[in-house]
Design a binder for this molecule. Sequence first.
Ligand code: ZN
Ligand code: ZN
Ligand code: FE
Length: 762
Amino acid sequence: MSRTPASKSDRLRRRIDIEGIVQGVGFRPFVYQAALRNGMVGFVLNNPRGVRIEAEGAPHLVEAFVEVLRTEYPPLAFISRFSVDDLEPARDTEFCIRSSEHDAEVKAQIAPDASMCDDCRAELFDPNDRRFRYPFINCTNCGPRYTIVTGVPYDRPLTTMADFPMCPACRAEYEDPLSRRFHAQPNACPECGPQLRLVDPSGRGLGNDPLAETIRLLQEGKVVAIKGLGGYHLAVDASNEDAVQTLRRRKGRDEKPFALMVRDLESADRLVRVDDKERRLLLGIERPIVLLEQRIGNLVAPSVAPGNRYLGIMLPYTPLHDLLLAESFAALVMTSANFSDEPIAFEDEDARERLTGIADAFLQHNRRIHTRTDDSIARVMGGEALLLRRSRGYTPRSIFLPAVQPQVLALGAELKSTVCLTQDDRAYLSQHIGDLKNLETDQAFTGVIDHLKTIFELQPEIIAHDLHPDYASSRFAETIIDRPKIAVQHHHAHLASCLAEHGETGPAIGVIFDGIGYGQDGTIWGGEFLLGDLASYQRVGHLKQVPLPGGDASTREPWRMALSYLDLAFAGDIPDLPFLFGREPADVNLLQKMIRKKINSPLTSSCGRLFDAVAALAGVRQCVNYEGQAALELEMSIPTSPGDDNYDFSLESGDEVLLLDPSPVFRAVAEDSRRGVAPGLISSRFHIGLAEAVRMVCEELRSVHKLDCVVLSGGVFQNRFLTERVSQLLGKSNFRVIRHSLVPPNDGGIALGQAVIAGRVG
Ligand code: ZN
Ligand code: ZN
Ligand code: FE
């Protein structure tokens, strides 16, 4: 600890202004208690920018106090600015918490929802506590935030807890600066707070003890819709194969894996392998679903994740979850309550209507969810956490931008939609909204925009959207009048998103591998090498284009892509291959005609489709049931020790653009598949070959453009094997590699990139 030199005065007074997520997270009681410990006089108050403190006392104690503020703040707090000024001593007589300053301009940030803390868990299971087994226990260190806020400032009347006047005991805690529940806005108890209710699909109450009855139904193999923090889950016993199959059938979800909620870390350890990084991710207050490698012979029903080496696992994050799992189940399937790709249900009436025929019963409660948020999904890659879906627990935490910019509303793309708003040098990326192709999602889309505008008091000056004119999000942009609109190329947005996430400005080489995105030239891009920064880009290389026979149909039927690539590789003279055996010769002929005559076969350089083609040819999958399935299964098929064999790509230089040609890869894959080489080996040779090709292209680009910073983005970089291999190879060649971490590499991260680009050029 440093001591200030003796000053003329024996007393020091300092003003400390703290910005960030510092309201509604127990910051003032923390300050108050630290002040008492250090013998300070003065005050603390909430103001529109955060928290202001004036503290006075002996100089060394003031120093110590400021140090405590800087380093020991509460778990949900997030400090973005911390400034200290000297003042003249005022000689107050005590330290107090003053009432909030009100002001039109509110910049203080709202915290994300947080999982139950250990103190609350101890009370939950303590028979002598007045909240023993109360499913809505919370405190300033945990509980709902973003999902219950209806406006700013964050205060009980502007949350859905306004419905519940506090009883005297709760009120006393709420007003006591020394209580863990001082100004805990969702504070409640069995006397005054929300209650559970179990109903059948017609809305009739079931049983006297909703929790016990729910557990009984689940044990019987029934499907129960359970209202959580950001919406409803559909739950079944994860060890009951019949129950899981029933849920799968009713939900219209053929093979997409279901997420599990497991009782605790030990239960998780029995199902999956968990390393240190993954353990920390599982236990974090955000409590995302973490993708983890299954242990062979675990007791999870096979239909939970068919054909998948991984399981999506999360730990309980509300008291209700703990009560459900503590005594009865090691693992429950807890999947978003929706039909196929519709947004998650979160309102009681709507849930009952939409889930009729899916759920046998509904465990509801009367604390309203104001904004829905899905569970977040994460994976550890190359020793770092990567969010594949950024939602509950993370939204609305801000992302710090490299510079201050005008207020932008960015509308994202089409699949895995999110929106992004910016203010000064901060970006707010919304929760996951879903695929923008049905009415429910469209309503959710406008709802999220309005909610973010309200809680951050934003009036966007510029609208950013995808270059694709037919995306619902682009058409939505057209309905906004009086604001300049900027169309951003899809893969440039991916590049900028990754740079901005890390506060970087570029320029960099962008290796952007994803499904499909609308190109500047009107063709479909997706396997791109860009050279760019936050304002502009140049397309310096790409995968050689092939026809997408049948357009969208080729996304659902990877065998079509295999045929397209074989046509390129063998110049039309395709050999007889095992993957074609199950196909009608007439279908194959027709498709070849379409490819050659370019009928309904737009050209694409998509990298996702390249993976599809290899998956089909290797015998992994001919048709998919959900987006990305073939590529995912191709990755999963790689054996634990894959060796170092690889297929070679060839590189052509066109007019100032490098063309990466996979023709030799397909000739080799065709040969291997004819010889019956295992799909897993074909897969690893392909993955390693592509990683080598990326290094080859980047080296070529470095020699011309003198740039050694490489950004990896696009949905293909959800692939762990490829990402780790590419990073390794580029690292060995002395490139600096920038990868996503808290912003998804898939289209869920697009809106951030759009916002930053529009902020620069708008
Ligand atoms: Zn708590
Ligand atoms: Zn109470
Ligand atoms: Fe994309």
